[in-house]
Structure formats: C-alpha cells, structure tokens
Design a protein around this ligand. Sequence first.
Ligand SMILES: Nc1ncnc2c1ncn2[C@@H]1O[C@H](COP(=O)(O)OP(=O)(O)OP(=O)(O)O)[C@@H](O)[C@H]1O
Length: 330
Amino acid sequence: MIVNKTEKILQIKEVSVDFDLSGKTLRAVDNVSLDIYSGEIFGLVGESGSGKSTLATAILNLVSSPGQITHGEILYNGKDVLSLSDEELRKYRWKDVAMVFQAAQNAMNPVIRIRDQVLDTYYAHSKGAEKQILDKAAELMEYVRLDPDRVLNSYAHELSGGMKQRAIIALSLILDPKVLILDEPTTALDVITQAYIIEILQKIHKDLGITMIFLTHDVSIVAKVADRVGVMYAGQIVEVGSVRDIFYNPLHPYTYGLIHAAPSLIDDISNRRAIPGSPPDLINPPPGCRFNPRCDQCIGICREAHPSLVEVSEGHMVACLKYNEKVVNL
Ligand SMILES: Nc1ncnc2c1ncn2[C@@H]1O[C@H](COP(=O)(O)OP(=O)(O)OP(=O)(O)O)[C@@H](O)[C@H]1O
C-alpha cells in the first residue's frame, strides 16, 4: 500500500477531552495533535488508561457523558467533524470512519442473528435493498474467511471469540469506510487466532487501501503492521514517528521503556525491563513532564516545565525536555 504523506485524511488539532467526575475533572486526552495520512496503518500505543480509546471516540465525535471534548478541532478530509449535524454524523460514522470497539465481541446483540445485526447497522447509517446488503455481507464474511451462510444465520453465542471478532471486522466494512479504527482488535484471543486476525487485517488494508488506526498496548503488533506509530502517555502524545524511528531509535524514555518491557518469544525474558511505578492519576497529574516520576533520566527541570512535541528529524517528533531547544541550551 502506498501511503500518500501529503494527504491528511484526519487532522486532530489540540484536542482535549475531560470527564466530569463529581466536580473533579479528569482530562483523559490533553491537547493532542496528530495527523493521519491516507492509506497508512497508524499504531497508537500506550498503557491501559493512557487515553487511546477516548481519543478514538473523539475522532468519531462519540464521547459520551460525563465526557466532553473541551478543546480542539478534528478534521476529516478537511471537514470539521465536531460541527456536523446529527444526520451528517450518522453518515460520517461507518461510511467515512468506522470503529471496531474494544471487546466488541461481547457487545454483540445476543438475541438476534448476525444477518439482522448487519441489516440494523446498515439501515442505521444508510439506505439499500436487503438482498444487496446481505450479498455484500456474505462477500465480506468470505473475505474474513468465515462461512457466510453459517455465520449470517448464527447468533453471537454460536461463534467462537475469534469468529465473532472476524464477523465484527466484516461488519465494520459494510459501508465501505475510508478509515477503520481498531481498538485492541486481538486482545483476549489466543496467539494463533491473533496472528490470523492480523493477517486478515493486513490483507484488507492491502486490497481495499483503507486507512487503519490500531489502538493497542501490544507494541509487537504495532511493530509488525504499522507504518507510523504514536505513543501516548497519561493523555498526551509523547512521541510520533515511522515504525523504524520508534523501534530502532526511540527518543522518549517512556517509548524506550515500553519497547524494552515487551515480552518476546525469541528473546531472553531476563532482558525485559518493566517500567517502574504506574501511570499518574489523571485527576491530579504531576507538574512538568507527566512521566517524570518514573523516568530514569529525569532532571530537575522535568518536574517543573512541560515538554512540547518537537520534530527532531523528518516526521519524528518527541515531547521530552532533552529535545526542547531552550532546555538543551541551558
Ligand atoms: N466514561 C468514563 N468515565 C470516567 N472516566 C473515564 C471514562 N472513560 C475513560 N475514562 C478515563 O479516561 C482515561 C483514559 O481511558 P481510556 O479508556 O481512553 O484509555 P486507554 O488507553 O484506551 O486504556 P484501555 O486500553 O485500558 O481502554 C482513564 O483514566 C479512564 O479511567
């Protein structure tokens, strides 16, 4: 797949999302700016609670109470997503940008057959003849290597976890979205099924030219599939770069820690190093760099000054005071 680095299909500009929790504000996404290029696979990695899912729901303008997008702009092909009418939003979701939610298998409707879930989804976002929609659903089921007759006539509980996940991926493609967001698409599946689903997603990407955003805490998946990677920590983007930049030349101590904490089957487990401590409470994050309490390279200024995201080489950006010019020159 050729990535067109000049065509930004999504532009996320200084977006913040707050959750109002009994008078206290939890900022789950803090001033995030990110461009997604047409045709790429973008991997967004970070520990649980770093804000990946919240950012994805913001892209769909689907943040629900007590959450709210409190700042910023999201553009899809230049169109302002946050000011779309309800009708425009219905079309935008699924037709322009579709999302496979985390643990979506468990959220399938247990009392209707998959074929009816396909039709319900389709009619919630568009119009069409039933036969045509079901023919297309059958094609997509075959595409994800499921038996269309069997699956379309099944209830969710009649399918294995891996089959349900593939059925949901097929369903997410029913309205030909241009961008597909996958939130932990392989979590809770065994490693063989994980590899199978990743292979199917890579084929979908190659054949359909669809832009994909993978949200995951599993850096090994991202290393395998992504063109570019964004690293999130405590609601902020701390590093963005090509997969090569991130895995061969990680600049942020958190990125380095995340990569070196990941278990590998071929590597000696004793080489793995867990990142000490845990992510901060987002209601009351530490001043300065949010990673400073866990960072082995922390210097005094890191507890006071907030690092901004700076470009250190083409397309490789990092938010660490070591790379902020004024601080480096101190
Ligand atoms: N509906 C909600 N109400 C209150 N707080 C929320 C809500 N949804 C998310 N949060 C908070 O926002 C922060 C970011 O959560 P989010 O689910 O976006 O992270 P994540 O990186 O996707 O993690 P995970 O992979 O575990 O879902 C967390 O502190 C979480 O507790």
